[in-house]
Design a protein around this ligand. Structure first.
Ligand SMILES: [Zn+2]
Length: 509
């Protein structure tokens, strides 16, 4: 008993004894106040009383337990000494959040880790309280990235894998999904909040047996115990329903699909194993001008001119190969029809030609980017995909027509393409290299993106952004005959090389 009492005294006394004092600034408009605290094992702890005072919030300490409540006009936070849980009440809702580090008590005052304070106070302030670790400074600003709440989770088994749909108030700005050992799936969404207890008590589905949700300051991590082994996952955002869709691919099915796909393809290729038909898709057209340059150049005209040059070059260098254009004049062709034209022509390759543009013009951004089909990964790829997919709005019944590409149909469409992804990536690499080399444009690399025009084509498909119309120098180059011919020659070099590799591959099989 005595030893226990000594230990307890040591623990309570430990914080002020060994911690280094620390003062943190709090900037609220033009006024600055200071918050006392200390550094403990590299973590900065701040006084909750000082923070509340600096923010003009009321506090109440329950003497018997040492619990501290902080009130704003919107809600309250309840802190418990030496405890990781914070209770947040906003309006009629009350929720518990778990901190990775406990709230500490010293000299009868409570302290919390500075890194985590901002997100909790932000919620009762309805303003953004950000902590800059380097400057040791809190600053208050208008709420810009409000956390979005998870409202539901659903798992559905599919023939090719499984889909987990996470419904949210609005889509998070950052996300990740990883498959871990022991059939675990970890999904992180940011910024996000969740009712942890509710999520943790959701019933099992055919896909997972349980969910463990953890609320981090700005993000939510969901750990799913999966009922079977999946080899890969993809995350997609459905902005029409605010759903985060995690597609899981099962090993067996992918292999089966790939081998069936390849077997079928090989059988077909035995009779006709040559890369016999190439489909060139000049982006936009007709009522859809695409991007407009600083000097007024319209993307649709450049893409058509390059496509025509490319067709001529290919006819010359690959006699016997049929070259099909999805449009050969200034006309509007819906995106799904472009894929259909390619499929009907028996295309072995689909190349969609575009010109890039930044939202603000003129803009120094320049160079060539090549994309192949995959759900958008980088922010840049998402921006480009949004820009190019916007052509859909020129189609009359676009909402009905493209709805089927969302949610779980997407998984099936991308699965069907998995056999082509390798080829698409190889072709994209060659195009990126050769176009930037021949046309002396910057090589911005190959990315994966989700373009509707690429989804429709059942063959290796790439989309090339041949330079920026928002950059005057590149716009002049793109509208010049020399520029168009050089880009076409770069594309031809890439296709000729790709064809040699492709045919060698099938000859070996
Ligand atoms: Zn375009």
């Amino acid at each position: 008993m005595r030893l226990k009492a000594v230990l307890l005294v040591l623990l309570v006394a430990w914080v002020p004894l060994f911690a280094q004092p620390k003062v943190v600034a709090l900037k609220n408009g033009s006024s600055t106040s200071y918050i006392g605290g200390f550094v403990d094992l590299n973590h900065v702890y701040i006084s909750l009383d000082d923070m509340a005072q600096g923010l003009g919030l009321h506090t109440f300490t329950l003497q018997s337990t040492g619990k501290l409540s902080v009130y704003s006009k919107y809600g309250s936070l309840l802190f418990t000494p030496n405890n990781n849980f914070i209770m947040l009440s906003v309006g009629t809702e009350t929720r518990m959040f778990q901190l990775p580090l406990p709230v500490l008590s010293a000299d009868g005052k409570l302290y919390m880790p500075a890194n985590y304070a901002g997100s909790y106070f932000s919620r009762i302030l309805r303003e953004n309280l950000a902590y800059d670790e380097k400057k040791a400074e809190f600053s208050l600003s208008e709420m810009s990235t409000a956390s979005t709440e998870i409202s539901g989770v659903q798992g559905t088994g599919k023939a090719n894998g499984a889909v987990i749909e996470i419904s949210m108030q609005s889509l998070p700005t950052a996300y990740a999904a990883t498959i871990g050992q022991g059939n675990m799936l970890y999904v992180t969404l940011m910024p996000a909040v969740a009712n942890i207890q509710q999520l943790n008590s959701l019933p099992p589905t055919s896909v997972y047996s349980n969910i463990i949700a953890i609320q981090n300051p700005n993000s939510v991590q969901l750990s799913f115990k999966l009922k079977q082994n999946y080899i890969s996952s993809q995350v997609m955002m459905d902005s029409t329903t605010n759903t985060v869709i995690v597609s899981l691919y099962s090993q067996v099915d992918v292999k089966k699909i790939l081998s069936e796909e390849i077997k079928r393809k090989l059988e077909k290729e035995k009779n006709n194993w040559k890369l016999g038909v190439i489909v060139i898709d000049p982006g936009h057209g007709g009522k859809d001008p695409g991007a407009t340059g600083v000097l007024g150049t319209e993307e649709k005209n450049i893409t058509l001119a390059i496509a025509k040059d490319l067709k001529r070059d290919l006819n010359m260098r690959l006699p016997g190969v049929k070259v099909v254009l999805t449009r050969d004049k200034d006309e509007f062709v819906p995106l799904d029809e472009r894929g259909e034209i390619a499929n009907k022509a028996g295309g072995k390759l689909f190349i969609s030609i575009h010109c890039n543009s930044m939202p603000s013009k003129p803009n120094p951004a320049h160079g060539v980017e090549t994309y192949f089909l995959r759900p958008g990964k980088t922010n840049e790829a998402i921006r480009i995909a949004a820009q190019e997919n916007a052509a859909i709005k020129y189609e009359n019944d676009y909402e009905k027509k493209y709805k089927s590409y969302d949610a779980d149909n997407m998984i099936l469409t991308t699965m069907a393409h998995s056999a082509y992804v390798k080829y698409s990536e190889q072709l994209a690499e060659l195009i990126e290299q050769d176009v930037s080399r021949v046309a002396h444009l910057a090589d911005n690399g190959v990315s994966q993106a989700g373009f509707y025009v690429l989804i429709g084509a059942s063959m290796p498909a790439v989309l090339v952004e041949t330079g920026y119309l928002s950059n005057i120098r590149e716009e002049r180059f793109l509208r010049s005959k020399t520029g168009q011919q050089e880009i076409a020659r770069g594309l031809t070099d890439a296709i000729v090389q790709y064809r040699a590799e492709y045919e060698k591959n099938f000859a070996e099989n």
